[in-house]
Write a protein that binds this ligand. Structure first.
Ligand SMILES: *[C@@H]1O[C@H](CO)[C@@H](O)[C@H](O)[C@H]1NC(C)=O
Ligand SMILES: *[C@@H]1O[C@H](CO)[C@@H](O)[C@H](O)[C@H]1NC(C)=O
Ligand SMILES: *[C@@H]1O[C@H](CO)[C@@H](O)[C@H](O)[C@H]1NC(C)=O
Ligand SMILES: *[C@@H]1O[C@H](CO)[C@@H](O)[C@H](O)[C@H]1NC(C)=O
Ligand SMILES: *[C@@H]1O[C@H](CO)[C@@H](O)[C@H](O)[C@H]1NC(C)=O
Length: 281
């Protein structure tokens, strides 16, 4: 499917509120910015940390300590939450840094990363079999985003603030002024979109590597965990769009700075819920 993404953004009201290049809500020193020379990965969550300068902006020479501090400050992850991921990267010797304890984000985009850190059936990337599995792919993402209801015209993404929310990052109570659900991605919706993408990729890619169902579940659990709004018990659509489409922390839409502390257990709970729903479809 060929999609005019710019038109889509305008139609859904997303661009209007982004007009101009001023983003006053970005915390000082953590303004969103990236250049084409920066080292970036297939993982939006990591790229975002570099785009905002929580990780080195060039995306290079990252170690466990640096990533842990960045994710805690920006997202509110518990300290050392991603240590296992870094261990996996380093043990697989994906790094091209010449050291045993650092990696460049771009190392996760190398062919060697396929089926180690980068998997088939991504929500926003194509499969390695078709070429580029590293960069945001509008066609792939549009199908995911549509399934998540991100382009529904009947919701106002600013409603997140209008229905009892506050400007300090508490995104508010989706059940008050508005019939909130359409402003949020629920675990169930996320799971169904993930499962549909997985089936679609499996059918299209004769080299599709099966057996990473939990890997794809992890992807959905991870973005929901990162963009979760406790008050709504779901992820605001505006936050999810910012995360994938701009690789940007949605400060503009109320994401708190520093990140509100998250429970590590919540990631496990989300994974379990997604797993259970997936096995039921
Ligand atoms: C990561 O790098 C920082 C800064 O160079 C250093 O202080 C820290 O000890 C390093 N951590 C690890 C696990 O190598
Ligand atoms: C990395 O680890 C390997 C094996 O453990 C070792 O042989 C090598 O010298 C280490 N490289 C550096 C730069 O420390
Ligand atoms: C944000 O505002 C809400 C409602 O006014 C309040 O309950 C909450 O404690 C505030 N959170 C922070 C992090 O200041
Ligand atoms: C959220 O909305 C419901 C339904 O209107 C209300 O009962 C509840 O008190 C609200 N919660 C908050 C935190 O405002
Ligand atoms: C996949 O995840 C579920 C839920 O966390 C778990 O019960 C199951 O054992 C996992 N399967 C594999 C192969 O890791």
């Amino acid at each position: 499917m060929k999609v005019n993404f710019a038109l889509l953004l305008v139609a859904s009201g997303y661009v209007a509120s982004h007009a101009g290049m001023q983003y006053p809500q970005d915390p000082v020193g953590h303004e969103w910015r990236r250049t084409s020379l920066d080292s970036r990965s297939p993982c939006p969550g990591l790229n975002i940390l570099a785009n905002h300068g929580y990780l080195p902006r060039d995306g290079r020479n990252i170690n466990k300590t640096i990533l842990s501090q960045a994710a805690t400050e920006a997202y509110g992850f518990p300290p050392h939450f991603n240590d296992g991921v870094v261990d996996g990267i380093l043990k697989a010797h994906l790094q091209t840094t010449g050291t045993n304890d650092t990696f460049h984000l771009g190392d996760l985009s190398l062919p060697a990363s396929h089926n180690v850190c980068e998997f088939d059936g991504s929500l926003s990337r194509g499969d390695t079999f078709f070429g580029d599995a590293s960069h945001f792919d509008i066609g792939v993402w549009y199908r995911t985003g549509s399934r998540l209801g991100l382009y529904d015209l009947n919701y106002d993404h600013k409603h997140v603030f209008h229905s009892g929310g506050s400007s300090n990052g508490t995104a508010g109570n989706g059940s008050t002024a508005n019939p909130g659900p359409t402003a949020y991605v629920s675990v169930e919706t996320a799971t169904l979109a993930q499962a549909a993408r997985y089936r679609e990729a499996m059918a299209a890619n004769k080299d599709f590597t099966v057996g990473v169902v939990n890997g794809s579940i992890g992807t959905s659990a991870f973005y929901l965990y990162t963009m979760w709004d406790d008050a709504a018990q779901a992820a605001p659509k505006s936050w999810v769009r910012s995360f994938f489409e701009e690789e940007r922390i949605p400060y503009k839409y109320g994401f708190p700075s520093p990140g509100a502390p998250k429970r590590g257990d919540h990631m496990r709970e989300l994974s379990q819920q997604i797993y259970d729903i997936t096995m039921g479809v």
